[in-house]
Ligand binder design. Structure first.
Ligand code: F6P
Length: 358
């Protein structure tokens, strides 16, 4: 009888998750494993009947890989160690999840997640003796030990295209356009898309800026004869006096947001340019995966099953120097991989005359 791999997606969705599943199902089939999809992260094991279904080659057909999102559903707000109950209390429900996995005969678990999910899943694995392998996904690209995570390339494509679309309208109206992108505490999206999309100013949480320095750069742009400028800003950039810009959602959940609207009038006042702010938001997560994301997802998905088949657990599959490798999961989440001052793209940007507002 085929042995069972459980698979789940956890944390914020991104493009390429379904491509990972395609690879896992295809490779598992060749090696004699069956794959059980768990819906909505670990939360699928807290419902009775369990929200699980076998993923077959028909499920993972030619269409699925091209789709954004995750066919399994996901969650970034239901930590099983501190699970939000209907009466407003919080409860540790990990014993229920561990028992469900045993009952379903899951011998190994593939968690497709980011740092938050891996932290939870690896503690769960330790507690329940679960054989786990992680596949890195995050548009923020803030996981260590892998050159890139699934979903990042697609988010860059979307953010770069947004700058491409903002440029003609900026030029038509003599405006400064400010684009706010995601990325949580890491400025990778703004840095990469800002360079590729021809931004004049890139603001990232890792580099302190001032309105005066931004205004100086925009004045130089004007003096050079250009009638518009493009600014890209990471959502976690603070106001110059260090205040976080946040949005509080129903239920009290906080997320970064609002820095572009904060900067707009201040840049207008300092430069004399009309400004407009665009918040790209979840559009960065929802697109069809780029070919780079598909290849990465497929290579990492295959490697995850290979590790399971060889009995290697507690690992995250990672992309290093154009190869899928295995790294200890704790090393990948030990610290948030932010933009380092030595990042070669910082030098590239500065050499192109792009300002970081510093
Ligand atoms: O971690 C991915 C991410 O998209 C961040 O870039 C962003 O800050 C956050 O998730 C948004 O979370 P939510 O989907 O809960 O609004």
């Amino acid at each position: 009888m085929a042995k069972t791999i459980g698979i789940l997606t956890s944390g914020g969705d991104c493009a390429g998750l379904n491509a990972v599943m395609r690879a896992v199902v295809s490779r598992a089939r060749l090696l004699g494993w069956k794959v059980l999809g768990i819906q909505n992260g670990t939360a699928g094991l807290l419902d009775k009947p369990y929200k699980v279904r076998e993923l077959t080659i028909q499920d993972i057909d030619g269409f699925t890989m091209r789709r954004g999102g995750t066919i399994l559903g996901t969650t970034n707000s239901r930590d099983p160690f501190n699970y939000p109950m209907e009466d407003g209390s919080y409860k540790d429900r990990t014993d229920e999840i561990i028992a469900a996995m045993k009952e379903l005969g899951i011998e190994a678990l593939i968690g497709i997640g980011g740092d938050g999910s891996f932290d939870i899943l690896s503690r769960l694995a330790k507690k329940g003796g679960i054989n786990m392998v992680g596949v890195p996904k995050t548009i923020d690209n803030d996981l260590a030990m892998t050159d890139v995570s699934v979903g990042f390339d697609t988010a860059l494509e979307v953010a770069t295209e947004a700058l491409d679309r903002l440029q003609p309208t900026a030029a038509s109206h003599d405006r400064v356009m400010i684009l706010e992108v995601m990325g949580r505490d890491a400025g990778h999206i703004a840095l990469n898309a800002g360079i590729a999309g021809g931004a004049d100013v890139i603001l990232i949480p890792e580099i302190k800026y001032s309105i005066e320095a931004i205004a100086k750069k925009i004045a130089e742009v004007k003096e050079s004869g250009r009638n518009f400028a493009l600014v890209i800003v990471s959502e976690a950039v603070k106001s110059p006096d260090g205040e976080k810009r946040e949005v509080v959602y129903h239920g009290g959940e906080k997320r970064y947001g609002g820095i572009a609207d904060f900067l707009g009038p201040r840049i207008a006042e300092a430069t004399g340019f009309e400004t407009r702010a665009t918040v790209l938001g979840h559009v960065q997560r929802g697109a069809q995966p780029t070919h780079n994301d598909r290849l990465l997802a497929l290579a990492l998905g295959v490697k995850a099953v290979d590790l399971i088949n060889e009995g290697e657990f507690g690992k995250m599959v990672a992309w290093q120097n154009r190869a899928a490798v295995a790294v200890p999961i704790e090393d990948a989440i030990a610290k948030c991989r932010v933009v380092e001052p030595t990042d070669p793209l910082i030098h590239t940007a500065r050499s192109l005359g792009i300002s970081f507002g510093d």
